[in-house]
Design a binder for this molecule. Structure first.
Ligand code: NDP
Length: 309
């Protein structure tokens, strides 16, 4: 298959790029990946995307974005790109169905995935008490006791959601404060069945039939250090995300955390005709509205590149 523009990814960045490129008659081909719709399909309500005064379900919003892109003749595929060759133009890609694609320009909008602490026990209990998605797995912990690791907006959001299902939610926060926004901080502080454990780190997990508890330590290395066991049924990670850039390593310039580097005023990468948008190139904001904005920019940049070619 040959295309003028390949869009990889289907979060707010990918779909917005598709809407703009479709309307510019670039007839883009979009590969939506395994998790169609991206991270927002794993959240509950989105309250801060302009245009939804009463909030909107993340899944619904992504379905609407997709429908909007489809209106403008975007060729959507529900598969993944598994290899990328940037050594010559047009660039060459392979899909998970072994199809080959030649693209004159590319927008990378592959987003980011959840980070783990790196404890061997996380692997051991994966799917048996360990999760990085409260919306996906919270249901299994109704009336049970769970812990959420992290002190950012995601952790607060996950803890609030879990508190509506579970009998008790611990938040395990390594600092003496929450990094989250004031609104989210107040929300978790006011929920009765959430208990915030500040200055606490997780050392490991235990249990014969899935997770039955966590070994934690309060103020590690300090005079009043205290290690103890927390009885929990579920352990949810909410400590941030890592960009999905493995496919592009070595060809596209990345920063030290693995995010794609884009030039100051545009979404251009170091390669001609290759643009990036959304969380994959945003170590800082990571907001749906910002991702959508950079998706629009990337499509305009690609349009200009193709016109000048
Ligand atoms: P953040 O990077 O904001 O927060 C990560 C949290 O995890 C911090 O509390 C951090 O602690 C903690 N953490 C990181 N590594 C470890 C570790 N190894 N052990 C223990 N704790 C750890 O990530 P988020 O996913 O929460 O948010 C990302 C962005 O998305 C932010 O800009 C946020 O505002 C936004 N967001 C907005 C939402 C909304 O507005 N509805 C919802 C969700 C996210 P420390 O503070 O010590 O570094």
């Amino acid at each position: 298959m040959k295309t003028k523009l390949l869009i990889i990814g289907s979060g707010p960045a990918g779909y917005t790029a598709a809407i703009y490129a479709g309307r510019a008659n670039l007839q883009p081909v979009q590969y939506c990946g395994i998790q169609m719709g991206g991270q927002l399909t794993q959240t509950t309500e989105v309250e801060n995307f302009p245009g939804y005064p009463d909030g909107v379900d993340g899944n619904q919003m992504m379905m609407e974005l997709r429908r909007q892109a489809e209106r403008f003749g975007v060729e959507m595929h529900d598969g993944s790109i598994v290899s990328a060759d940037f050594s010559q133009q047009p660039y060459r890609f392979k899909t998970d169905r072994d199809e080959e694609i030649e693209a004159e320009s590319v927008i990378i909008a592959t987003g980011a995935t959840a980070k783990y602490l790196g404890l061997p026990d996380e692997q051991k209990y994966m799917g048996q008490g360990v999760s990085a998605c409260a919306t996906c797995d919270g249901f299994f912990y109704r009336k049970k006791v769970v812990a959420v690791v992290g002190g950012g907006d995601t952790a607060c959001e996950e803890a609030s959601y879990l508190a509506s299902l579970c009998s008790k939610v611990y938040m395990i926060v390594r600092k003496p404060y929450l990094r989250a926004s004031d609104v989210m901080k107040k929300r978790v502080e006011n929920i009765e069945n959430i208990e915030i454990l500040y200055e606490t780190n997780t050392l490991g997990l235990f249990g014969d039939n899935g997770v039955e508890g966590a070994h934690v330590v309060y103020r590690k290395g300090e005079a009043d250090e205290k290690a103890y066991d927390l009885a929990i049924d579920g352990f949810f990670l909410a400590i941030g995300h890592k960009p999905q850039t493995d496919l592009f390593k070595g060809a596209v310039d990345l920063d030290e955390q693995g995010f794609i580097k884009v030039s100051g005023h545009s979404q251009a990468t170091n390669l001609p005709g290759v643009f990036a948008a959304g969380d994959v190139c945003d170590p800082h904001y990571q907001q749906a509205i910002v991702a959508a904005g950079t998706g629009a920019k990337a499509a305009l940049d690609a349009q200009e590149f193709l016109l000048n070619k």
